[in-house]
Write a protein that binds this ligand. Structure first.
Ligand code: PLP
Length: 379
């Protein structure tokens, strides 16, 4: 795969590990392979490396060191945050979330229904945005957890998390606010104190670290229970020997990030360029809201099935997604919830960008989509 040029426009599914992530990972594998819990010097070196990454992440999101718990992925961090509601059932049994969360939130919340939790699932508007009024109406004294994502993985829609946190803390004194920020972390600046979240999830492989590393921010005043029990690593919050090489790789990926505000502007230009070309050439209609995170662009190439297009493009070494990576051919529940028609949903493509994409990539994509609409039979 490395020896020919590919155009990778599926960065919301995963990203190519960057040079610094690979370098730091290799260095840890070769030179720092001790167990961070060992008392000897090899252990201490490994522990120091882990703590140094913890410091960097804490600084990056405006948290304290103690508030960062390393996990194996975003899914584990989401599950840890949500399943902890089980230990708060004496305070109330209401959980509020949305119908457009990632499956790692939706499925975890569904599983709590069996334990007697009442789940309120807020529906988005046509732009994929959750109504603060709906949230306000749903909040009560029995609410123990609210979980709303920062950026939707299929459309890039940005949810009003700061306002949602304010409402939650004002109207539901027993509730923790959890935010799945997997698609926002490393793309748009995040300050957990400014947002007001109690719990926040991030994942390394969306920002050019390898797969297998994520973290949960858990504010000092938020008492949750661990999902994994054992040796008491991560201050007892996540047992299991820390994967030092992947943690170091995450450090490399974070150090390699460009200035986020500047890069956001560049991504916006690229996204606008793609939108303009797609619309002006009458190739597609846009499903993402106007003010979405510019790293994600969901479109419908009307009349053509997503999967057919995806494989057509794949043969030209252009990689896109027909929805989220997790949905694997299932119709998009996110677009459905936004009220999109079956036709629009069946022909949806998700283009997701990274700092390594260029306007030339978009030009080639457009050229090939035009070719596809001339070559392929309409569905
Ligand atoms: N949350 C969102 C919004 C995601 O997009 C993803 C992955 O696509 C996850 C959670 C899960 O992250 P991970 O792949 O690290 O388990």
């Amino acid at each position: 795969m490395g020896c020919f040029h590919i155009i990778y426009l599926d960065n919301s599914a995963t990203t190519k590990p960057c040079g610094k992530a690979i370098e730091y990972m290799n260095k840890a594998l070769c030179d720092n392979w001790g167990n961070p819990s060992s008392l000897h010097i090899l252990g201490m070196n490994a522990e120091m490396a882990v703590d140094s990454v913890r410091n960097s992440i804490a600084k990056f999101i405006g948290a304290a060191n103690k508030e960062i718990i390393f996990t194996s992925c975003g899914t584990e961090a989401n599950n840890t945050a949500i399943m902890s509601a089980l230990h708060r059932k004496n305070r109330g049994n209401r959980i509020i979330t949305t119908t457009i969360e990632h499956p790692s939130v939706l499925q975890a919340v569904n599983s709590l229904e069996k334990f007697g939790f009442e789940i309120i699932r807020l529906k988005p508007d046509g732009n994929g945005i959750i109504s603060l009024c709906d949230l306000e109406n749903a909040l009560n004294d029995k609410t123990v957890l609210v979980s709303i994502m920062l950026v939707n993985n299929e459309t890039g829609a940005i949810e009003p998390i700061k306002q949602a946190c304010e409402l939650t803390h004002r109207l539901a004194k027993n509730a923790f606010f959890h935010c799945d920020a997997v698609q926002a972390f490393g793309k748009s600046p995040i300050n957990v104190k400014n947002l007001g979240v109690d719990l926040l999830t991030a994942s390394g492989h969306k920002i050019h670290a390898p797969k297998g590393i994520g973290f949960l921010y858990c504010s000092q005043k938020t008492h949750i229970a661990p999902l994994l029990l054992g040796g008491g690593q991560e201050s007892g919050m996540r047992s299991g020997t820390e994967c030092v090489p992947l943690i170091c790789a995450l450090q490399g990926a974070i150090e390699d990030l460009p200035d986020l505000a500047k890069q956001y502007k560049t991504a916006q230009e690229l996204c606008d360029y793609a939108k303009e070309k797609l619309v002006n050439n009458k190739i597609a209609t846009i499903n993402s809201p106007e003010d979405a995170l510019p790293y994600v662009l969901n479109v419908s190439v009307n009349g053509y099935r997503s999967e057919t297009l995806l494989h057509f493009l794949e043969r030209k070494n252009i990689f896109v997604s027909s929805g989220s990576a997790c949905s694997k051919g299932n119709v998009s529940y996110v677009l459905k919830e936004m009220g999109k028609s079956d036709k629009e949903i069946d022909s949806a493509l998700r283009l997701s960008f990274s700092r390594f994409n260029t306007k030339e990539d978009i030009d080639v994509l457009i050229e090939q989509l035009i070719s596809a609409t001339k070559t392929l039979r309409k569905a």
